[in-house]
Design a protein around this ligand. Structure first.
Ligand code: HEM
Length: 375
């Protein structure tokens, strides 16, 4: 694709795909031309509720363009600054150690550490009970699901599941917001309730959207970073010893895992005017998919792109996006992954995969596996 059709129109999906590094970066760096708000061109209507309202998550920074975007991001930005996040290192280490204490000689990395730990971290930051973790997982899994529908009835049932999940999440967070209003705490939900944007409090819908976004964005992605990184590491014999001796930096190898097995494979934008890109003219109001996973393997940008090179530097991967919407949680995700992997290395002399078929998770834009058994 990168060589022959770097920008192409897929008539079945009615979407444009962008594959090269420079083009993907261009899309992400030009909000004026490529809007992050799917509603600008009527996308998302199919999962609107009975009153025609799209889910509250559509009213968040992720789907807003500047200047609205910057105002919303400003509400929580300080909670996610590298300094604020580093202050959480001991708490994250404590949570990780607790999960490691429960591991048997053979364990599934996904369900026993890589999933629950990041959920606990973001749940505690938000101020929601970690006991509701199983429910969060069900919600997140549904929201990132790939529609495998071939018939209209199957598509309707997929959309119904999405709507139902959005409704459950809205009810859950509305009631939690109510509780916090009456009894403020030192947590993100209280900060979101107290926030003023241009002299106004956020609407209930915006608050619910905020909570949904932070809960979902902060877990499946980091789960897959930890698992994908471990898959990269076990594929290189002797790498664990290199980490222990300091010959190879763990953080550098995590960056390379982000590039090589990108947890988020694709981002969606809508053109606001006709645009020439990669030799094609994309009309206004069209859906564009910027393929991060492909950009990260672009031979024009990276040497030996299809090889996992643990000490690769520099490494300007696009796994956390680029520009205005650059991942707010990047410092947190990096810290969680580093602590999880470091703690595993300290705890176990050797770590190797158990022979088994790995099943990819069911999603069109998140890359990872359902289970990753190790011993
Ligand atoms: C945005 C990836 C972890 C919160 C993004 C974007 C990417 C991304 C690619 C850009 C979206 C766009 O341009 O449309 C990742 C990956 C993660 C991760 C690969 C883990 C390895 C987290 C965590 C949080 C988080 C832990 C925190 C709770 C967000 C938020 C945005 C975002 C709020 C929207 C930022 C904005 O619109 O300004 N993330 N993310 N992410 N991420 Fe992450």
């Amino acid at each position: 694709m990168r060589a022959d059709s770097p920008v192409r129109y897929d008539a079945d999906r009615e979407l444009w795909d962008v594959f090269r590094y420079d083009d993907v970066k261009y899309v992400l760096d030009n909000d004026g031309l490529f809007s992050a708000d799917p509603a600008t061109a009527g996308f998302g209507e199919e999962i609107a509720d009975s009153e025609g309202e799209p889910p509250p998550v559509f009213d968040t920074m992720l789907f807003a363009d500047p200047p609205e975007h910057d105002r919303l991001r400003g509400v929580v930005a300080e909670f996610f600054s590298p300094r604020a996040i580093n202050e959480q290192a001991d708490r994250i280490r404590g949570l990780t150690e607790r999960y490691l204490d429960d591991l048997n000689d053979e364990f599934d990395l996904v369900s026993e550490l890589a999933y629950p730990m990041p959920v606990d971290v973001i749940a505690e930051m938000l101020g929601v009970p970690t006991d509701d973790r199983a429910m969060f997982k069900r919600w997140s899994d549904t929201l990132i699901e790939r529609p495998e529908a071939t018939t209209e009835a199957e598509m309707e049932s997929f959309q119904q599941r999405q709507r139902e999940t959005q409704r459950e999440m809205s009810e859950y967070f509305s009631s939690l917001i109510e509780t916090r209003r009456a009894d403020p705490q030192d947590d993100l939900i209280t900060a979101i309730i107290d926030a003023e944007v241009d002299g106004h409090r956020l609407s209930e819908r915006e608050m619910v959207g905020f909570c949904t976004l932070l809960l979902v964005a902060g877990n499946i992605t980091t789960t897959n970073l930890i698992t994908n990184a471990m898959r990269c590491f076990t594929s290189r014999s002797g790498l664990f010893d290199e980490f222990r001796s300091g010959e190879t930096e763990l953080s550098t190898a995590i960056e390379e895992a982000l590039r090589y097995r990108s947890p988020v494979q694709a981002l969606f934008r809508v053109t606001t005017e006709p645009i020439d890109l990669g030799g094609r003219e994309i009309p206004a109001g069209e859906g564009v998919v910027a393929w991060l996973g492909s950009a990260n393997r672009d031979e024009r940008m990276f040497d030996r792109p299809d090889e996992f090179v643990p000490d690769r530097q520099p490494n300007q991967h696009l796994s956390f996006g680029y520009g205005t919407h650059y991942c707010l949680g990047a410092p947190l995700a990096r810290l969680e992954a580093k602590i999880a992997l470091e703690s595993l290395l300290e705890r176990f002399e050797t770590i190797e995969p158990v022979e088994t078929d790995l099943r990819p998770i069911r999603s069109s834009f998140i890359y990872g596996v359902e289970k990753y058994p190790l011993r």
